[in-house]
Write a protein that binds this ligand. Structure first.
Ligand code: G6P
Length: 611
């Protein structure tokens, strides 16, 4: 969950490292640091500058303690082992070795005890520092170069990691290694880069090499050598990344989250591009060929927002393709000894493509013989690479920690998948497919309509923003949206919120209702309408304040609610893609009203690569 970057070339490294770290800050942000070498003026000792706090704190420190040099590594941290502090910040330095790390060394306690017994002195509480000791000892023990020393050290550690290592004694080399944490190499002209994410190096180069599981890479100014941990040479062609760097910037909005809310119509349109076959009333699922008639069951595994998208997927697939679907939290699935095997299609849903729980759940399902499809927003991330098939959403980089456009594009991917399954499995008639596809085509325009109601939602947020709690209710495909609405609100405003299936309210949460509790009820047109209205009346009878999200043209709803937000009509399977938008905006404006750190809420990280 940390961000890592390395540079080797002839330009000053620090500004490049800081520029990269700024793009990576969303991955971890409790401390930051750089270690920079200046090999141009003979033997050099790297200078480490690091501190607790956001990147701006490091930048301040660097103005007082500059780190000149043309080779360096940089890191933003989200603490896992050892609290956020100056000492626990990366890079860690042991003798000539500087190191940055993303992930966790699982056997760190045993290694620490062994190293301490052999006389090692530790200056931090981190698992990372252990690796620096191992590399130093490998060099003292006779490893001929840094690459060999890192390779020998890798044989001692278990866990998920991406390391970048630098040595004062071999200043022309960076060595990096990857296991379950992302790593990419950027290729320049007489200069090269290493990073945990392409966005960190996009402003410098678009030519990249994605490093695979169990690979290490030696990077010099002149070139890059990829091997496995045993030293066998691996080769591959570089890829050219087409994302624009500007896409990842704030674009005039107050927060990334607000910008990303507004980007949703475009993100959804991008996700639909090339996927609709209007001539045959079908979808093009990126060349993925599944034997649909043989699929007995689909199991979604995911975490957080992706879990809610999967619950909507369940509704869509059961409605359009009539294939039984189960949805499971990845962290539960992986430890339950799940009953899964051939005949099951396991769909792993992850915006980042790096969530460790989801990755391990895939491994478990694979071991038991299931086929795996990944839905991810990040090209070539670990999860899609682990899966048999990968389908990508095209939301572009999402910087705000609370997911918005990555979620709605996941819902679009679910709809495409449901149509694909329905058409091939025979449950979906061509006529119904045509109707849903026509509605998909209309979605970006309808989403824009909803996003333009921001002013109304801002005034609602002002009115209800002082509440101590919120309840969100929905039925059918709106139930996961109620969960998502509650998750968004608590993530960024720190107000306690619960999402509930509307029919379950009477079994507990009804006790919470009084004149101080705002209750957001999702009541779009459809078969659940009357039932949802009854639930809404149950709230009103107890003086609860009702904010209804309903369909344009509903003339009745005004008589049942204190406030009404209207969204355009669409196919029932696609309604969640519209009804979630006001909930995202409500959360955003309530949080903005409260003045919280919206893009980087406390204690949260964008991508969670630990258990
Ligand atoms: C973290 C993020 C959430 C996200 C979850 C799953 O907790 O803060 O926004 O929903 O991870 O992430 P994934 O990348 O697998 O969708």
């Amino acid at each position: 969950m940390c961000g890592i970057i390395g540079y080797i070339g002839s330009r000053q490294a620090t500004p490049i490292l800081i520029g990269g770290l700024r793009k990576l800050e969303y991955r971890g942000y409790d401390s930051a640091g750089v270690s920079v070498l200046d090999p141009t003026s003979g033997p050099s000792t790297s200078r480490v500058v690091r501190c607790r706090g956001k990147l701006s704190a490091l930048e301040d420190k660097l103005t007082r303690e500059p780190a000149p040099g043309t080779v360096g590594i940089g890191h933003t941290r989200w603490a896992t082992h050892g609290r956020p502090s100056d000492e626990n910040s990366h890079p860690h330095k042991v003798g000539p070795i500087s190191i940055i790390h993303n992930g966790i060394i699982e056997n760190h306690l045993a290694l620490r005890a062994e190293l301490a017994a052999a006389g090692a002195k530790f200056s931090s509480e981190t698992d990372t520092e252990i690796f620096a000791h191992l590399v130093e000892r490998a060099l003292i023990g006779g490893a001929p170069d840094l690459t060999t020393a890192v390779r020998r050290s890798l044989a001692r550690v278990r866990g998920s990691f991406a390391f970048v290592v630098m040595s004062d004694r071999e200043p022309g080399t960076l060595v990096a290694a990857k296991n379950s944490s992302p790593l990419v190499v950027g290729l320049g002209d007489g200069e090269n880069y290493v990073a945990s994410d392409v966005t960190a190096i996009l402003s410098e180069t678009r030519k990249v090499l994605f490093i695979d599981e169990g690979e290490m890479v030696t990077v010099t100014r002149a070139g890059v050598t990829i091997t496995d941990f045993e030293g066998n040479l691996h080769t591959r062609e570089p890829k050219v990344i087409t994302w624009s760097a500007v896409q990842a910037e704030k674009g005039g909005f107050k927060h990334y989250m607000l910008k990303e809310i507004h980007e949703q119509p475009r993100a959804v349109a991008d996700t639909l591009v090339g996927r609709l076959d209007l001539e045959h009333d079908d979808v093009v699922f990126d060349g993925i060929e599944l034997d649909v008639k043989k699929i007995k069951r689909i199991i979604f595994i995911a975490c957080g927002t992706s879990y809610h998208a999967s619950m909507v997927g369940e509704f869509m697939i059961e409605s359009l393709a009539r294939i039984p679907v189960e949805v499971d939290l990845a962290s539960e699935f992986r430890y339950r000894d799940p009953i899964v095997g051939p005949g099951d299609l396991v769909v792993a849903v992850s915006q980042s493509g790096e969530t460790l729980d989801t990755m391990e759940a895939i491994r478990e399902a694979k071991r038991k013989g299931a086929q795996i499809l990944a839905i991810s927003n990040v090209l070539e991330a670990s999860i899609p690479r682990l899966a048999d098939h990968a389908f990508y959403t095209h939301a572009g980089p999402e910087i705000g920690v609370a997911s918005t456009k990555a979620f709605t594009t996941q819902l679009v991917a679910m709809a495409l998948f449901a149509i694909y399954l329905g058409r091939r499995g025979g449950a979906l008639t061509r006529e119904r497919a045509r109707e849903v596809i026509a509605e998909l085509v209309q979605l970006p325009v309808k989403m824009r309509d909803v996003v333009e109601t921001a002013g109304q939602i801002q005034s609602l947020a002002r009115r209800y923003g002082a509440a101590n709690g919120f309840l969100f209710l929905g039925r059918g495909a709106q139930y996961p949206i109620a969960l998502e609405g509650a998750l968004k609100l608590k993530e960024i405003s720190y107000i306690h919120a619960e999402g509930y299936a509307a029919g379950e309210m009477k079994h507990g949460p009804i006790a919470l209702i009084d004149e101080h509790l705002p209750v957001v009820v999702l009541v779009p047109r459809g078969p659940y309408y009357e039932k949802a209205i009854s639930n809404l009346e149950e709230v009103r009878a107890r003086q609860g304040k009702v904010i209804a999200v309903a369909t344009k043209g509903d003339n009745e709803i005004g008589g049942h609610a204190d406030d009404v937000i209207l969204v355009p009509d669409t196919a029932i399977e696609l309604q969640p893609i519209l009804t979630v938008l006001p909930l995202q905006m409500l959360s955003y404006y309530v949080a903005d009203f409260k003045g919280t750190d919206i893009d980087q809420p406390r204690n949260l990280a964008k991508s969670v690569t630990v258990e």
